[in-house]
Write a protein that binds this ligand. Sequence first.
Ligand SMILES: [Zn+2]
Length: 313
Amino acid sequence: MASSIKTRSARLFRSSAGIRKRAHDAKPRQSTLERAQQQMIRFTRSKANHSDAMVKSSDPATEPNSSLDDDSESHPPAGLGLLDLPQELREMVYAHFPGVAVIPINQDPATFLQPAISKTSRLIREEALNVFYSRKRFFLDLRGWKSSAYPSTWTPRRIFNEWVKAIGTSNATRIKHLGFFSHNFTANIQISTQKPPTLILKFRTLSHSKEVAEGIGAAYNFAIAARRAEQGLRLLLDKIEPQLDKNGGINVADMKKICRAIELIQPFLCTRPSLGWAGTTIPRDDMRMEDWPCAKPHVRNCGECGYLHMKSL
Ligand SMILES: [Zn+2]
């Protein structure tokens, strides 16, 4: 049972049905430009021989929700298609799918699938996926909430890893924005487009002036813990950065390492009392993450860090 759910989730990451539903939901807010762009896409898709077969094979149950095919209003002039537009304009069209800039990975995978337009031809697929993965901001909520579409035992990191595996290295290297947030911190990582690329870290804390370690004394507080956590993450990114140019961007293995590191930070910044604080005290600024103390006693007992509420689903 679990493996069939897993296979289904992996397949859903690449399906097109959800995007089509989203396009339908967003229709009342469409501008004239967006409507014109959608008409252009409809026209192009109607000319693509195998387009319909590929899209319909994704999930027939969602067909009634489609707004891309059920509207037989006026079409652009005959002979004019998406590929007749300059690439810059085509990219403007791609950027509208899906119509959101930030994509939460914990949501039902049907809400952040590769756009249906990427199924029309090889060239359009390359261009559309390039825009999709490089311009959207993908982020993971580490607080434990997740869509019921995922198996109940999947932690946020497991969801992230399955998603990265499903999109593959070629798409992973296109990604330019990765974000993570927990109860009291956010970590945003931008992969710059300069040569050679760099990893820009924006680490923010959402809580302050709270003791992290009972018995450690006032000298060790949340601000110090946050600074050391950020420093640990920066040291990891510094190790990944020199490989970016050679690999063509950030790869699957690096993305998994980053997610693991950020999940590791979480208990060290947790502000719940009496749950093994001493084990979540980072003694020095310059410590590598692999040398940090063991936070397991805290994680085992803390619902925020251990996703305990997920196990009861
Ligand atoms: Zn905790």
